[in-house]
Structure formats: structure tokens, C-alpha cells
Design a protein around this ligand. Structure first.
Ligand code: NAI
Ligand code: 15L
Length: 268
């Protein structure tokens, strides 16, 4: 049966807030979890993924999990280790112990951020492109994908790992024209990932059907995902403001964009 009750971790964050608005229309009852309290959501669980007992209690009784919680940018290794690596492990252990059947894992383009961006007639980046994390953050997403594979092979716990491009209300850079996932398409993709049959561990690219797309959406479409949006209407304005992507600019050369050149940021 299709999942009904879904635990949304990272529910206070940018993507979590967008999904809190959009996913109920698909019939899901969301249970919310985040470190931070959420305004207007008194029933949300305020818990740290480091707290194994709280995580186990949070997953009890849900049909599936959308796992967004964690550090979403580059940060010192020790912080990434705790939130993204140990935190994701705690969630998977809790899901295994409580018999939850499926997790949708928010992986990232930064797991493969050092992949050169396709230019000219280059083929789209395939989903089995070699791992090339651009940061400790991207490395933690590689770990999450491998953890998901282990829990499928060993415990039969299914995961769809979504290598999200940039999911924001609008694209805000020329690079984002190629990797943007509109919030509505994000909800469509998460819904497909929750409801497709026999996913085992499937890795998909997460974006809209952008005219300037850099990567292949075949595995996402195979789940039943049919993207409806395209960043192209934003192109003229963004290119007028920022110029085209340039050869010889390292931050324009790779899928991961500025993550390959920026110094670490610590937002919390
Ligand atoms: P965000 O930083 O706005 O939200 C992350 C949320 O996780 C925050 O509300 C934070 O309080 C919570 N959190 C952090 N550590 C936690 C912990 N130890 N225990 C419980 N909660 C914790 O990030 P955003 O943009 O909403 O992204 C959500 C997820 O999607 C992240 O895992 C991010 O890596 C991934 N992602 C997002 C993309 C995007 O375009 N928004 C692109 C690629 C991946
Ligand atoms: C990510 O993984 C980040 O979580 C998000 O904030 C964006 O920076 C996105 O990638 C991106 O590459 O644009």
C-alpha cells in the first residue's frame, strides 16, 4: 500500500518548509522533526539526530521517511560527521529497528560536484558517474548513499537517494538554470520516490526538465516522475545580470559550482 504517514526530518529548513506546504496535497500525513522549533507547528518533534532514543521514537509507526535534516553546506569535518554521518546512521538504525520500509534520502549534486559540467555536444551526466565529492559535505552525501545501499542489501530497507540540484522557489544564478528543481517538481519527485514499487536502492538526479539541463533524468522518470517545470523563463534576466558561464572560471567548470572554490561556511 502507498505510504500515508511520513516523517519529514529537517522540517524547519528551506526545503522542509516548501515540502510541508506541498506534500499534504498528495494525501500524506506529515510528522515533523527538526533541531529547531517550527512556528505554527506545536506538534513538531524538536530533536537532534544525535539523540538515538528520540530518533527511534520519532520513526515509530510511520510508513516512510523523507530525510532532509543535516548540515546543508560545507562545514568543519567534525560537524559534518556528527549531523550528517552519525545522524543519518542513527536514522537508518531506528528505521530498521522499527520496521520502516522506505526512506527518501536528500543526497546532493555535491556528491559528484567535481564532475565537469557538460558543454556543447557533451552527453548529459549519467546517474552512474563516478563519485567526486567537492566538499566534506558532499562526502557525507556519498556516505548516505552507501549507507542506503547497505541497508537495502542487508536489511531490505528501501531508499531513493535524490541527488538534488538546487531546490528553491526560483533559480538565482546562471548555474542554477541547469540544476534547478522547482518546489512543485520536488514534491512530484518525492511523491514518486515514496510510491514507486520495488525501488531497492535507486539513485536519481533531482531537477526540473530544464532546457539547459546538465544531467540525465532517466532513473527519476523511471519512478514515474514527470517534471512539469523549466528554468528557461528566468534565463534572460539572470544572464543579463551575471553573464554567461565562462571558460577558465573554476566555479563555472564543475557541476558543484562555487562549492569547489568557496571556503567553508558554518551557518549554525
Ligand atoms: P536547511 O539547512 O535549510 O535545512 C536543514 C534542516 O536540518 C535545518 O532546519 C536544521 O535545523 C536541521 N538539522 C540540522 N542538523 C540537525 C540535526 N543534527 N538534527 C535534527 N535536525 C537537524 O537545508 P535545505 O536547503 O532545506 O536542505 C534540506 C536537505 O536537502 C539537506 O540534507 C541538504 O543537504 C539537501 N539538499 C538541499 C538542496 C537544496 O537545493 N535545498 C540541494 C541538495 C541537497
Ligand atoms: C546543496 O547541496 C545545498 O544544500 C543547497 O543549499 C544548494 O547550495 C545546492 O546544493 C546547490 O548546489 O545549489
Amino acid at each position: 500500500p502507498a505510504p500515508r504517514t511520513v516523517l519529514l526530518t529537517g522540517a524547519a529548513g528551506g526545503l522542509g518548509s516548501l515540502m510541508r506546504d506541498l506534500l499534504p496535497a498528495y494525501g500524506y500525513e506529515l510528522r515533523l522533526l527538526d533541531l529547531r522549533p517550527i512556528e505554527g507547528e506545536p506538534d513538531a518533534i524538536a530533536a537532534d539526530l544525535a539523540d538515538r532514543d528520540a530518533v527511534r521514537e520519532a520513526v515509530r509507526g510511520v510508513d516512510a521517511i523523507i530525510h532532509l535534516a543535516g548540515i546543508s553546506l560545507e562545514a568543519p569535518f567534525e560537524k559534518i560527521l556528527k549531523a550528517n554521518i552519525e545522524g543519518t546512521y542513527h536514522l537508518y538504525e531506528a528505521a530498521r529497528e522499527e520496521g520502516v520500509g522506505r526512506i527518501v534520502f536528500a543526497s546532493s549534486n555535491h556528491a559528484v560536484g567535481y564532475t565537469p559540467r557538460p558543454q556543447g555536444d557533451d552527453p548529459l551526466i549519467p546517474i552512474d558517474t563516478p563519485r567526486r565529492p567537492d566538499t566534506f559535505y558532499g562526502l557525507s552525501k556519498c556516505f548516505g548513499e552507501d549507507l542506503a545501499q547497505l541497508y537495502w542489501d542487508r536489511h531490505g530497507l528501501e531508499t531513493v537517494s535524490v541527488r538534488i540540484g538546487s531546490c528553491f522557489p526560483e533559480p538565482t544564478s546562471v548555474r542554477m538554470l541547469s540544476v534547478w528543481m522547482s518546489p512543485s517538481d520536488g514534491a512530484r519527485l518525492f511523491h514518486a520516490a515514496l510510491t514507486a514499487e520495488h525501488v531497492g536502492h535507486t539513485v536519481v538526479h533531482g531537477s526540473s526538465a530544464n532546457t539547459r539541463l546538465w544531467w540525465d533524468l532517466t532513473s527519476a522518470r523511471a519512478l514515474g516522475y514527470e517534471p512539469q517545470d523549466d528554468s528557461e523563463p528566468y534565463a534572460e534576466k539572470l544572464i543579463a545580470e551575471q553573464g554567461e558561464l565562462q571558460d577558465g572560471n573554476e566555479a563555472h567548470a564543475y557541476l558543484g559550482g562555487q562549492f569547489v572554490t568557496d571556503p567553508p561556511i558554518w551557518p549554525y
